[in-house]
Design a protein around this ligand. Sequence first.
Ligand code: NAP
Length: 275
Amino acid sequence: MSDGAGEIIEVGEDVNEWKSGDRVMSMFFPEWSSGKPEFKKIKSISGESVNGFLTEESCVPAYAVTRMPEAYTYPEAACLPCACLTAWNALVELGNIQNKQKLLIEGTGGMSVFALLLAQQYGLDIYATSGSESKFDKLKSLGVINVVNYRNDENWGKSIFMLSGMGVDHIIDVGGGSTMKQSIEAACMGGCIYSIGILGNGRKGEITFPKLFFKFLKLQGLAVGSRAMQNRMVQFINDTGMKPIIDRSFSFDQIKEAFSYQASGKQFGKIVLEW
Ligand SMILES: NC(=O)c1ccc[n+]([C@@H]2O[C@H](COP(=O)([O-])OP(=O)(O)OC[C@H]3O[C@@H](n4cnc5c(N)ncnc54)[C@H](OP(=O)(O)O)[C@@H]3O)[C@@H](O)[C@H]2O)c1
């Protein structure tokens, strides 16, 4: 439970940045305030090496939260610190996405759907893969140009390459070893693949190296982002009015059901617990 949002109840004596009543959200890497990633900045992870947010109250350092988007509810803000910031870091901070470039999102999980929403705002042409035909219409209604079913089409990378007219510029790779070969196929000349996840048992796998170098591809690994990036992302959301897609909300005591639902892969976008 790396992410949460809520209201500040009380602040410590020396805290000037916050006051009670402020609406804030958590940080995935509480020690990464700004600048480039360093081992020491990313060793603390909310919900892993430090306490997470399956809690009614939490005591955190003042630097370990940021303001949340003004028009957001707490459940909406709780979607942002991991999934949206990862997509933001990939596409905006590192990828410098531009109007009319092409993006491929893989699957319809929380992070991929945030990549889609951000790319919409920047005017990209968006392509998607999904293993769930029932989600195709929803993807199309969000402006996705073509969807390929990665379960029926084992050469889905080539299919995306053809459908997009010589490949896509940016690829959000969520499967690692289970998707990277196809991601390389889908890329255009000089495209960039953001290695983000290992869905589909993708901890290890093969890469077609000649394709990587003859297509002059960039392979960019990344993990979430810094506090400074989170603040820039919040500013962007305030400016554009972008909203997350929440598939389902569960109550605090439905956590087991929530995890089962997450594991089923039926969700489109995020799921949240609220209380
Ligand atoms: N590096 C980072 O900083 C970072 C940050 C966030 C997440 N992650 C990682 O990124 C991955 C996605 O995270 P998430 O929270 O968005 O996951 P999620 O919400 O659980 O995503 C589940 C969805 O992914 C799709 N999917 C499942 N297996 C797939 C496969 N083999 N190939 C393509 N799509 C597949 C399915 O969509 P369809 O039904 O449409 O097929 C499924 O509904 C995870 O591995 C997560 O650990 C990494």
